[in-house]
Design a binder for this molecule. Structure first.
Ligand code: EPU
Length: 337
């Protein structure tokens, strides 16, 4: 095993921030993880780098997950079970499942990143979270020095959250997810409740959409609103949508009648961070090279040449202005390294 030294990470993070990893290893085969040399190192496990803020150089070992592979593992009367390697590109994987005739993931089209990263923050969009189509995953546990499996319940999926985001798990380098199995129900129904999606299909005069129609509509909506990281570096939504108790949401709505409110199954109410940021004056506003995107205020963008410090400065300024206006604390969505 040969570790590379002082590897430039700017091509490996979609915010295009500068920084080097002291040591770097590309993982294309799960067996590489069992090398005892990796156990003693301070590790960071990188997927597509689309949910990462690089704050400078990383003094440890960066494991770049690039394990390939996708296949139908099995099927039963109710569902297809599809397995994919952690390094597969998420969007390409979703389009491949659709081409094979296994729908279910179409609402998650065009989300940047990899298959292995998808369960960590339980990626979600347009009325679907990946946890809903999840069967199990396999990960290498550096402490136990063995592969371990997690079923859906043990992953503790929640809004943009899972067991792997808790302290001591994936983000601390304890384990590296190597493959994921998805359960795609055979009884497919289009999931088109999300207003933007319903409007897009209506505009195209599609009344009974196929899975591919839904994917195409999602791609169109995303391309209209969200910047392509290859052109304007970004990490998608930069903050979580705050979830507050019903009383607090009611109080805020009295002072701010336009406030979008999404009641949750547990009685709490999700608020739209993009709306709060826009109201705080940050839509299309920049501080140095970093700003909030002109078409979707929840997306922080690097207009060129930004460092992690620039990102933190803009983040703090947005948080302060939202706090001053709404007394709400916005939590950053990406991981900081
Ligand atoms: N809004 C504004 N101004 C803005 C942006 C949004 O007023 O600048 C309002 C919209 O008009 C709408 C509400 O806020 O009433 C919600 O906006 P949108 O539908 O665009 O969704 P979002 O809550 O901003 C979430 C996810 C996205 C996902 C979309 C669609 C989070 C943190 N973000 O965004 O996920 O694509 O819903 O389902 O939950 C990501 O995580 O990277 C991501 C892009």
């Amino acid at each position: 095993m040969t570790l590379q030294q002082n590897v430039d990470l700017s091509p490996f993070n979609t915010l295009a921030l500068p920084g080097q990893a002291a040591r770097y290893l590309k993982i294309t085969d799960p067996a590489q993880l069992a090398d005892p040399e990796l156990k003693s190192e301070k590790r960071f496990i990188l997927g597509g780098g689309s949910n990462l803020v690089l704050t400078g150089d990383f003094a440890g070992l960066l494991l770049h997950m690039a394990i390939p592979g996708k296949r139908l593992l099995r099927e039963d009367a109710e569902a297809f079970y599809i397995e994919a390697g952690a390094g597969e590109n998420w969007h390409d994987f979703v389009q491949w499942t659709l081409a094979q005739g296994w729908p279910g993931l179409e609402n998650l089209s065009l989300i940047p990143g990899t298959v292995g990263a998808a369960p960590i923050q339980n990626i979600g969009a347009y009325g679907l979270e990946v946890g809903e189509c999840f069967d199990s995953l396999t990960a290498w546990d550096f402490e136990q020095q063995d592969f371990v499996s997690f079923d859906r319940a043990s992953c503790r999926f929640a809004y943009r959250d899972s067991l792997f985001k808790q302290q001591g798990w994936h983000l601390d380098g304890r384990m590296a997810i190597t493959s994921v199995v998805f359960r795609l129900a055979k009884a497919w129904q289009p999931n088109i409740r999300y207003a933007d999606l319903a409007q897009e299909l209506a505009a195209q005069e599609i009344n009974r959409p196929t899975p591919q129609d839904v994917a195409t509509a999602i791609i169109a909506v995303r391309q209209r609103k969200l910047p392509d990281p290859a052109q304007i570096p970004n990490t998608g939504s930069f903050f979580h949508n705050p979830v507050v108790c019903a009383e607090e949401a009611g109080r805020l709505a009295v002072d701010h009648p336009g406030l979008p409110r999404y009641p949750q199954p547990d009685g709490r109410v999700k608020l739209a961070a993009g709306w709060l940021i826009e109201q705080a004056g940050w839509k299309g506003k920049n501080l140095g090279p970093v700003g909030m995107y002109e078409k979707q205020a929840l997306v922080l963008v690097n207009h060129g040449g930004a460092t992690g410090a620039d990102v933190k400065r803009t983040m703090a300024a947005v948080q302060a202005d939202v706090r001053a206006r709404f007394a709400l604390d916005l939590q950053a969505e990406p991981v900081f390294l």
